[in-house]
Design a protein around this ligand. Structure first.
Ligand SMILES: [Zn+2]
Length: 123
């Protein structure tokens, strides 16, 4: 019976052992797993950084509880619209995206409304 060639996931050496073998050695297994972990750590770090940057940008632009700003301004400052911590839906169905206590709502192609959530207001 022909089985397809299997290679070590780390160094690509041809594997001759059990069919579920993935690595030629413990060293390769460790090297591979360490790399996987650091990729996951990097992703978490990058997302955390993006969320913190988003929060800082919103905080800098929103002087009071609400502030209408130009969408272009957010983009220029490096805002990433795909990253937010949670969403909030109002009774009327409007969905705000939040980066921690600061939320935003795209009003149209040009304008974004920034809102600041605190203990006194509901948004
Ligand atoms: Zn190997």
């Amino acid at each position: 019976m022909n089985t397809p060639d299997r290679n070590c996931l780390e160094c690509e050496t041809k594997l001759l052992g059990r069919s579920d073998q993935k690595f030629c050695s413990d060293q390769c297994r460790n090297a591979y797993n360490n790399k996987q972990n650091s990729d996951a750590n990097n992703l978490v770090r990058n997302v955390n950084n993006a969320l913190r940057r988003n929060r800082r940008i919103l905080d800098g632009l929103c002087k009071g509880e609400k502030q209408k700003v130009n969408r272009e301004k957010l983009i220029q400052k490096g805002f990433s619209f795909q990253y937010f911590t949670h969403q909030y839906q109002t009774k009327t169905g409007t969905v705000y995206c939040f980066c921690y206590e600061l939320g935003y709502l795209t009003l149209n192609d040009e304008e974004v409304l920034i809102v600041r959530r605190n203990s006194e207001n509901s948004i």
